[in-house]
Design a protein around this ligand. Sequence first.
Ligand SMILES: [Zn+2]
Length: 411
Amino acid sequence: MSSRQSDIYVGGGLGGRDGRGAPLDLRGTGGAGPSAGGRRPGSRRWLLIIGALAVFVLAWMFGPRLLSLSVPVRLNGETYKVKTGTPVTQFIDDHLNVDEYTGDLLAIDGSPLKINEGETPVVTVNGRPAAKRATVKAHDVVVVTMGADRTEPITENSTLVQPKLSRNGHGQMIEVTDTGQVGVKVTPVGDESGLQAPTEVRTKAKAVKLRQVNAWKVRPKVVALTFDDGPNPGETESVLKILAREQVPATFFMVGSSAKAYPKLVKAVADGGHQLALHGFTHKSLDKLKSAEVESELKQTAEAIEEVTGARPDWLRPPYGAVNASVYSLLGEQHTKVALWSVDPHDYQKPGAKAIASRVVDGVGPGSIVLLHDGGGDRKQTVAAVEVIIKKLKQKGYRFVTIQQMWNLSQ
Ligand SMILES: [Zn+2]
């Protein structure tokens, strides 16, 4: 009992916290003692070393980020020290004049219009497009390249190209064999510079093709009397009487507005066995009108006549003989043929019935188309000349036909 007290208890020594007392381990080997509450000192030292190492590694890995340390980042070949976590955009702004990397605004001809008002610069980080909110990391390689140039906004001014006429033959009876096509040309104009680029053909114009029948070659000896600008109260009836008496058919190119105003005269002409045809609704020069207006002129006239006769006329004499490619194209679509004339005594100038008659009789040959007027003014001279014309031409052996009959004969 006494020996235990003497050789052991020193109090307050290592491992003595349990109050029971413990042997002092001077060898310092640690860990082998019987005491349950203590650790051996050698084990603690290793833990300290491992812990320090871990802290060192973690600090090496995450330290810069946590502590916002400056790291090297390359920008367009130069290396800069920059705090990690800095937005890439800010990093670039701090070191480059970004505006200088913006493309230019070019005029339509390719010349510079406004410097650095083109596309924004292209930014890559480590060879890939930079994300919107990207931040820099150590050893990132940031490259800023010029944004593309941008061409100013452009307005295209287009112009229509009227088709040309391709004529086959030389006669006064004209059939459209190909309605052709209106061309479209486009001229680009720069909105800001006002400069024009070369005009380009968007749609190529295609010629309107005509077949013209030469009435002069028609055999046998036939002639067509035609009356324009009616129907007209008084003169039209007088002409009809003479034609009926002489048993001569003629062709009446009617003004639509007159046909609409005098349906009884339209009926009288039809009842006389004559051909009814179109001469426009208001006697305007068709080549001066827009396509829609020409269409309306023809449609209204055709309807005024058709309402009375039940038949739609398919021949036109254009007022003043004025007709162009686009009018022909429209006529082709409507299967309407054109009749011009080969003998014009200028009866509308009222040179006297005698002069009118002799001009016609002297001018007529086989297949002639004679232009006379039963409307558009006082036509008493014409009326007086008609009987003379018919009698003299009959004496010369001529036979009278309508335009449609002459066309049929010449096919
Ligand atoms: Zn006329």
